[in-house]
Design a protein around this ligand. Sequence first.
Ligand code: ATP
Ligand code: MN
Length: 262
Amino acid sequence: KEPIPKELVQRRRFLKRQKDKDLFETVEEVFDMSTQMAVYELMRRGVIGELLGTISAGKEARVFCAKDPEGNDIAVKIYLTSTAEFRKSIRKYIIGDPRFEQIANRGLRRLIYAWARKEFRNLKRMMQAGIRVPKPIAVYKNVLVMEFIGEGCRRAPLLVELAKPKNQLDVEEWTKIFNTVYDYMVKMYQKAKLVHADLNEYNIMYWKEEPVIIDVSQAVPISHPYADEFLRHDIQQIRRFFSSVGVEVPSFAEMYAKITGL
Ligand code: ATP
Ligand code: MN
């Protein structure tokens, strides 16, 4: 007698357990089978209880609110394994060649798994350096699970949302936030030995009166050939944003010297 494939058993179990049918349908529509299996595996391991609503649907990743089996909020970031641009650029070589399609997809998938693992490790390293980031919980294939920044599946605001269209904080509060972010930049360079490389008001949340750095998949070690270029860009982005909300920011040279310890 043929054994039932492991995938099918897992899938049936998942279907039985899944309460929110609508959400299941979205997940099934958007993600390929291997991504669905990765989510079920994290459920089987007791990391994810149930997936709830979408928090963000970016080009490269989707972020969901979810519950762990105890009912605590968690954030689940799922990297898309089939980015539209990539597919478009190589489509003409691949169409009609199922063998090649499989091989190409496998290569891309592995790269994306490495990317998800890198974000997990970067979060861990930053946390250990004393920087407030979402606490990483698990990573499996293209699925990253981390602390949810917010409450009741309502995410905390990004700094940009507190500044535009209406400035919601006074200059004292902004100055306090700037000083904390500045301190994070020093710790990131000197303790974590990383450069964020996409640091701006869109990748910093504000929760319980503290800035929280997010989106660290692209962060690189300070030994990276472009680390210095990325750092200079990060410093300028942070100076631009905080001066736009009225903070008296130090000069570029002063910040660069303090962060790098030169
Ligand atoms: P984008 O292209 O929109 O920047 P991204 O792929 O870079 O998306 P992130 O920046 O990590 O992904 O996350 C996208 C959005 O999801 C964030 O702007 C934030 O609103 C929300 N988000 C990310 N991580 C968390 C978290 N741990 N808790 C709550 N919300 C989060
Ligand atoms: Mn982002």
